[in-house]
Design a protein around this ligand. Structure first.
Ligand SMILES: Nc1nc2c(c(=O)[nH]1)N[C@H]1C(S)=C(S)[C@@H](COP(=O)(O)O)O[C@H]1N2
Ligand SMILES: [Mo]
Length: 327
């Protein structure tokens, strides 16, 4: 990734007018004489926002797969009326406890991590256990870009142009047996290179799981890139899962093993703090976390608060997966 220009398209207007004007050195006094809407037309965010730090947006897979990016944006996934979160912000505000629990330090601690070669073991209730490498993973299906909302259980939220393909395609490639009801993901264990794993209050390595029908839902994604390029380490290179209707911790990073099971698997946060984090963890404004309300969320790009949406705004697509009894 050589360019440090911000990733902006016409759909990506995310700042309010006053901050744009301020950034241009035009005070409120200028408002009456300037036609604000004409002024704003065609203004790209790079005018006002600091550019993303080039060190913070290096794809961790390097040159190897750069021809795959950028991927074509799918028209099927809209975040309107919200707008994309600037990469300058999402690249330095991360949860990746393997490195540190300090969000704005993750990118620095993660950036020299080498992910090549990477192996993904596929085991459990499958026709035949197999091992995939990155070449295999990238070839499972054509890459596409999708704009998704993303909501962390801590109440911050963002909108991201993820690049990848439907998780169902990877599941098909793994050939699970009919009796498999769940899919389990295990993230990398590497205490020597991931200092956060020295913190033994957490049950390393990170592990997550989905019911297989949730995982096969067309919105669930294998993600290998964002903002037009390959995944930088802080976002979970070389690949992660993204499940946009669930709290962010259900979107595991840097996965090295997939298992198919009949029984419901344990999950990292549920095991660590069972009273606070359940298995389903669907975004739900009317179900408070034991220590805080989930009714509102804060957009990390604009700083603005807004109401949380049931299933993070994906009710129409995903409500049919649930009977209402899931917790
Ligand atoms: N392996 C692993 N995956 C993880 C986490 C983590 O600490 N380790 N944090 C989760 C949480 S709480 C969130 S909100 C998202 C954050 O993703 P981002 O940093 O790419 O925005 O990753 C999720 N996946
Ligand atoms: Mo999160």
């Amino acid at each position: 990734m050589s360019s440090n220009k911000i990733y902006v398209t016409p759909e990506d207007q995310f700042l309010d007018r006053r901050s744009i004007l301020r950034g241009m050195g035009i005070g409120l006094a200028g408002l009456s004489t300037l036609g604000v809407s004409e002024l704003l037309q065609g203004i790209s965010a790079s005018w006002i926002l600091q550019d993303p730090n080039p060190e913070a947006i290096q794809p961790a897979i390097g040159e190897q797969f750069k021809d795959l990016f950028p991927a074509k944006r799918s028209a099927d996934f809209t975040i309107a009326p919200r707008t994309l979160t600037p990469e300058a912000i999402s690249s330095i505000y991360n949860n990746f406890y393997e490195f540190t629990s300090v969000k704005n330090r993750v990118w620095q601690m993660a950036r020299n991590f080498k992910v090549v070669p990477w192996k993904i073991e596929v085991a459990g209730d499958v026709e035949k256990p197999l091992t995939l490498d990155l070449d295999d993973l990238m070839k499972v299906a054509p890459l596409e870009e999708r704009l998704y909302r993303f909501r962390c259980v801590e109440t911050w939220a963002m909108q991201v142009p993820w690049i990848g393909y439907p998780l169902s395609k990877l599941i098909d490639r793994c050939k699970p047996l009919g009796k498999a009801k769940y899919i389990r993901f295990i993230s990398i264990l590497d205490e020597a290179r991931m200092p956060g794993q020295k913190d033994k209050q957490w049950p390393w390595p990170y592990f997550e799981a989905l019911r297989l029908d949730e995982a096969r839902h067309p919105l669930a994604m294998v993600v290998v890139g964002l903002y037009g390029h390959g995944l930088p380490m802080q976002h979970g290179a070389p690949w992660r899962v993204v499940v946009p209707w669930k709290y962010g911790y259900k979107s595991p990073k840097s996965i090295v093993r997939i298992e198919f099971t009949e029984q419901k698997p344990a999950t990292f946060w549920n095991q660590a703090l069972p009273r606070e984090y359940g298995f389903y963890s669907n975004v739900n404004p009317s179900k408070p976390h034991p220590r805080w309300s989930q009714a509102m969320e804060r957009d990390i790009g604009t700083g603005k608060r807004r109401p949380t949406l049931l299933y993070n705004g994906y009710s129409e697509q995903v409500a049919k997966l649930y009977s209402g009894k899931e917790v």
